[in-house]
Write a protein that binds this ligand. Structure first.
Ligand code: S3P
Length: 437
């Protein structure tokens, strides 16, 4: 058990590591582009290194300069060499397996995407189904009406375009289809029920892909990508969000988080927190080629409960555990709707958060409800309850672990957590920053 001692207050400027989603895409899109691309401020984490290894196995020229946080990619273009061993390992990275599937669907060799036990439990039919509609030969392990890793992908004569309405607002589903469309005949049209993060679209456009938005659809067609030579990845808003939360719920505190990605399809937590009464300001807003970034200034705030609707969830999908924590510190009741997707993250994050917050004496309940034909989930939290010191369980999920550490840091008596190794999945320097505070 790792002990977490409470913090009194913070007054500090911090810098957080680079964006995980954008780092994955930078490796993939640079590998698809003929020529040399220098990726600056690349995130060195378990998941992003898994993607890097996959492209090494596909014989893309990759130099990883760990000390400089740089990756240099030298690619021959969008068709790769068959891996010497059929298998490409996706570890625990959902972004790797789902996005690479779209790329491998258009290749001229057989491949297999294997996964670590936690990822083997995560659903893949959401990507295999639309990819098969495009003519791909992709198959997962079938179980209870869904498909799971490992995935096998065989070459086909050609892929073709589709018009597809994704049942779930998910950047991973959308991106898999977009990548396959780069190898397909015709114009693919994709529509999501709600907007999800658009890093793939932005970066592909920057690399010259034929991609545009029209009447609520994303239109994309076969494209030869051209490297811009260099890209710079901003800090990860999802990592910054842990400290944004801490700065708000700790008393007498002020925090500045520098150089954070501020793409509005990622930062849905900010307007949600502002409507709870959070004092958050954005300074030095800038643009790094295709993504906005800037500094976030946070002051201790007195929060009040709010209601979050399903359509807002994709814009803060990874920050919901933090929103639950803010709700515990707020006056009144917070209701968060549309949480179904949290059930299929690295762990079921509704269960992991409800279990731990209840253990700390919080008033939190979960309810299912009907939304059209499907069942969805909401949580209701009555804030202002005394926080009991507790021994938390991370469920081996990085975001559950970091959220609970923030919660314990802001409590009167602190607490403990069983496992922090999982944090390296996305945020290797998290503990050092906490220590520095
Ligand atoms: C991601 C998309 C989201 C998010 C995940 C990273 C991405 O998943 O939860 O951490 O990089 O595309 P979904 O697309 O499944 O919502």
């Amino acid at each position: 058990m790792i002990k977490i001692s409470p913090l009194q207050k913070i007054k500090k400027e911090i810098e957080i590591p680079s964006d995980k989603s954008i780092s994955h895409r930078a490796l993939m899109i640079s590998s698809l582009s003929k020529g040399k691309t220098r990726i600056r401020n690349f995130l060195q984490s378990h998941d992003t290194l898994i993607t890097l290894n996959c492209f090494k196995k596909l014989n893309v020229g990759i130099t990883y300069k760990k000390k400089d946080k740089e990756v240099i990619i030298n690619s021959g273009g969008s068709y790769f060499d068959a891996p010497k061993k059929l298998n490409l390992y996706s570890g625990e990275s959902g972004t790797t397996i789902r996005l690479i599937s779209g790329i491998l669907a258009g290749q001229r060799f057989i491949s297999c995407l294997s996964a670590a036990p936690s990822l083997e439990k995560r659903p893949m039919k959401r990507i295999t189904f639309p990819l098969r509609l495009m003519g791909a030969d992709i198959q997962g392990r079938e179980e209870a009406g869904n498909e799971y890793p490992p995935l096998s992908i065989k070459p086909v004569k050609g892929l073709h375009s589709i018009i597809y309405k994704t049942p779930v607002a998910s950047a991973q589903i959308k991106s898999a289809i977009i990548f396959a469309s780069l190898f397909s005949k015709g114009i693919t049209k994709i529509k999501e029920p709600f907007i999800s993060r658009d890093h793939t679209e932005r970066m592909l456009k920057f690399f010259g892909a034929k991609l545009k938005k029209q009447s609520g659809y994303i239109l994309v067609e076969k494209s030869k990508l051209k490297t811009p030579g260099e890209i710079l990845i901003p800090g990860d808003f999802s990592s910054a969000a842990f400290f944004v939360t801490l700065g708000l719920i700790l008393k007498n505190s002020e925090l500045r988080v520098k150089n954070v990605g501020l793409n509005s399809t990622r930062t849905g937590l900010i307007p949600a927190l502002k409507s709870m009464g959070a004092k958050i300001r954005i300074l030095h807003k800038n643009r790094s080629y295709f993504e906005p970034y800037g500094d976030i200034l946070i002051e201790s705030s007195s929060l009040k409960g709010i209601t979050i609707k399903q359509e807002d969830i994709p814009l803060m999908i990874d920050e919901i555990p933090l929103l639950m924590i803010c709700a515990c510190f707020a006056r009144g009741t917070t209701k968060i709707y549309g949480l179904k997707e949290l059930r299929v993250k690295e762990t079921d994050r509704i269960t992991s958060m409800v279990y731990n917050l209840k253990k700390a004496g919080q008033d939190i309940e979960t309810k299912s409800y009907k939304s059209g034909k499907e069942t969805n989930w909401m949580v209701k939290i009555k804030g202002g309850k005394r926080i009991r010191p507790a021994e938390f369980k991370s469920f081996s999920d990085h975001r559950t672990a970091m959220s609970l550490i923030i919660f314990a840091l802001a409590s009167e008596k602190g607490g403990g957590i069983d496992d922090i190794e999982c944090i390296n999945k996305s945020f290797p320097g998290f503990i050092s920053i906490v220590d520095s505070l």
